[in-house]
Structure formats: structure tokens, C-alpha cells
Design a protein around this ligand. Structure first.
Ligand code: HEC
Length: 147
């Protein structure tokens, strides 16, 4: 049930994103909501120990995160004007995300002598580092001084 709701939410967001892009009006909030939904699916995969879900959601998440965050001028044009000068934080977040996505993929595909619990732990730490990249940008760029 929950999974079904989540999938329909993702589908609805995906349709919105497609239509937003079609009008060339790239909407930061909608794209962030999509990243959030994909990252939640990755988390669900960790909680249920479902590597297939992790891999599939992680692939989509990492492509969309890179599209949204890696280009400084692009993100600058989308950020609120008073914080646009902080666009390099997005680029740093993008690098941190790429690095940690790589770690998770390596751990899930790894055929080496590390124990499964060690590999899981490394993958989970990398997942938390991705969340930290989201949180720290929100603290600095989004929610700073908001309330
Ligand atoms: C560039 C810094 C930055 C990074 C990195 C970043 N965000 Fe955001 N995020 C923002 C800003 C700014 C907004 C507000 C956009 C708006 O309201 O127009 C936002 C909005 C959001 C929203 C919408 C919240 C709402 O009010 O509906 C979600 C969800 C979200 N981000 C999740 C994430 C996730 C998940 C990540 C990590 C993968 C992330 N963000 C990374 C800056 C960032």
C-alpha cells in the first residue's frame, strides 16, 4: 500500500517535472521533491535489505541530482536571488553525492573479502553522507534565518 502510494507520488512528480521542463521553466522545488522521493526509496531499500530497490532508485537519484546540482550557473539561476552567490555549495553537494553514490554501488556490487555486514555498514554510512549534503545546503541556503 505504502509502496503503491510512493510509486504514484513519484509518477505524479515525474509528470510534473517533464511538463515543467517542456515549458523550459526549470522549477527548483519540484525537482528537489523528486530527489527527495527517490532518496526515500533508497532508504526504504536499506531498511528492508532490498539491494535491487536501492540500486534502481540510486541510479535515478544520482542522474537527477547531477543534472540539478552540478552546474553552477544553472543552479545560480534557480536559487532565490539573495542566496544565488552560494551556488558553489550545490556544486560541492553534487560532488559529495557522486562520491557516496559510488561508494554505495561499489559496496553493493563488491566481490571481495569484506563481510556482508561491513559492506552494509559502509553503504549505509555513504547514504547518511548524502543526506548530510542535502541538510547542510538547506541549513545554509534554504532555511537560514527563516524562522
Ligand atoms: C543548493 C543547495 C541545496 C541542496 C544541495 C539541496 N537543496 Fe533542497 N532545496 C534548496 C532550496 C533553495 C529549496 C527551496 C526551493 C523553492 O522553494 O523554490 C529546496 C527545496 C527542497 C524541497 C522542497 C521542500 C518544500 O518546501 O516542499 C525538498 C523536498 C528538498 N529540497 C529536498 C532536498 C534533498 C533530498 C536534497 C539532497 C539530495 C536537497 N534538497 C539538496 C536547496 C538545496
Amino acid at each position: 500500500m505504502l509502496k503503491k502510494n510512493l510509486l504514484s507520488t513519484i509518477a505524479a512528480i515525474a509528470i510534473t517535472v517533464t511538463s515543467v521542463q517542456a515549458t523550459n521553466d526549470y522549477d527548483l522545488k519540484t525537482n528537489m521533491q523528486l530527489l527527495n522521493a527517490e532518496l526515500s526509496t533508497v532508504r526504504d531499500g536499506f531498511i528492508t535489505g532490498d539491494n535491487k530497490t536501492i540500486k534502481e532508485a540510486l541510479k535515478k537519484f544520482s542522474e537527477n541530482a547531477r543534472d540539478l546540482l552540478s552546474n553552477k550557473e544553472h543552479i545560480k539561476s534557480m536559487l532565490p536571488k539573495d542566496v544565488a552567490y552560494k551556488a558553489n555549495i550545490a556544486v560541492n553537494a553534487s560532488k559529495a553525492i557522486d562520491k557516496n553514490v559510488g561508494i554505495i554501488e561499489e559496496m553493493l556490487n563488491y566481490r571481495n573479502t569484506q563481510s556482508t555486514s561491513r559492506k552494509n555498514k559502509n553503504a549505509q554510512e555513504a547514504f547518511l553522507a548524502i543526506e548530510r549534503a542535502c541538510f547542510s545546503c538547506h541549513s545554509l541556503v534554504r532555511d537560514y534565518g527563516k524562522k
